[in-house]
Ligand binder design. Structure first.
Ligand SMILES: [Zn+2]
Length: 304
């Protein structure tokens, strides 16, 4: 792990905190739990889900400095102050993934750039307005998708992917992984990996266990290795409805922090929409003087 330039101590501390934050992670919020929605929702707007064009590594690099080009009018349309442009992605990636062996677990990336990374999980809310918003603002995100939550409309995420955003692995049914034996863990990860690879044309490089659960266990690490992802990604902040929940006592963003958010709508957000939640997230980031960079631009994939 130390090879990856990640702070081992902080990684494990974050893992523990992630478990403490169990109730506030994916599928929480004291109301409708997002997680169990798997497979029960009616296909709201099923679109053809043929194989996607595959915007992979190259697309991400091209889009990396996108926030710089976003014009004030686009931000004003969403009642937002523009974020500072993100710096060019580092040539020497702070995270270097290996092709084999144990996968690193991290919740932040070592960088002095005043950037944070936004990750959005599960995939329950499929609000067309959010696609419009990201098309306008070009803010980079990473999507950790759960097969049973997105399979009724894989197509929703394709325009988001076409903006240069990567699709990552978040299991098939959103279970508590540490309660599953190794073979069940494997089917959760491997089957999501296969479905996302088929739908989005590229194999996820990263995995996030639901609730952050089991992230630092040898069993889960082995299961992830056997399914293809090369890192386990946690988070430092968790977006709620209008503000973030911080693991850090000072409640401030730090350079390289990974922020967790969810595809959620009014039912889960006490009436707020996905775009209102995301706008509030950007405002909280903007007022702390940070910009948003693309997580995958700070990660070197294994040499193939
Ligand atoms: Zn989740």
């Amino acid at each position: 792990m130390s090879r990856n330039g990640l702070s081992r101590t902080r990684t494990y501390a974050a893992g523990a905190l992630a478990l403490l934050a169990f109730a506030t992670a994916c599928g929480d919020d004291g109301g409708g739990s997002a997680a169990p929605a798997a497979g029960t929702t009616a296909p709201a707007a099923s679109k053809p889900s043929g194989a996607a064009p595959a915007p992979t590594g190259g697309a991400a690099t091209a889009g990396a400095t996108a926030p710089a080009g976003a014009d004030a009018a686009a931000w004003a349309k969403w009642n937002l102050t523009p974020l500072a442009p993100a710096p060019a992605p580092p040539a020497d990636k702070p995270v270097k993934l290996q092709r084999t062996g144990p996968v690193p677990v991290f919740s932040e990336v070592k960088t002095s750039d005043k950037v944070v990374f936004i990750t959005i999980d599960d995939g329950a809310e499929k609000d067309p307005k959010f696609v419009e918003m990201l098309t306008d603002l070009k803010v980079p995100i990473s999507m950790f998708l759960t097969k049973d939550i997105v399979k009724n409309d894989y197509g929703y995420f394709k325009p988001l992917q076409a903006l240069g955003n990567h699709v990552q692995n978040h299991t098939v049914t959103h279970p508590v992984m540490s309660k599953l034996p190794a073979d069940k863990q494997k089917s959760e990860i491997c089957d999501d990996q296969a479905a996302l690879t088929q739908q989005y044309g590229t194999a996820p490089l990263l995995f996030r266990p639901p609730f952050g659960d089991g992230a630092n266990t040898p069993t889960l690490n082995t299961s992830v290795q056997e399914c293809g992802p090369r890192a386990i990604v946690l988070w430092r902040e968790s977006m709620q409805i209008h503000d973030m929940q911080y693991q850090a006592a000072d409640k401030k963003l730090k350079p390289g922090d990974i922020v967790l958010a969810h595809f959620r709508g009014p039912k889960e957000l006490k009436g707020a929409t996905m775009t209102q939640m995301f706008g509030d997230l950007l405002a909280r980031i903007q007022e702390q003087g940070f910009s948003v960079a693309r997580l995958e631009d700070y990660i070197q994939a294994p040499a193939s």
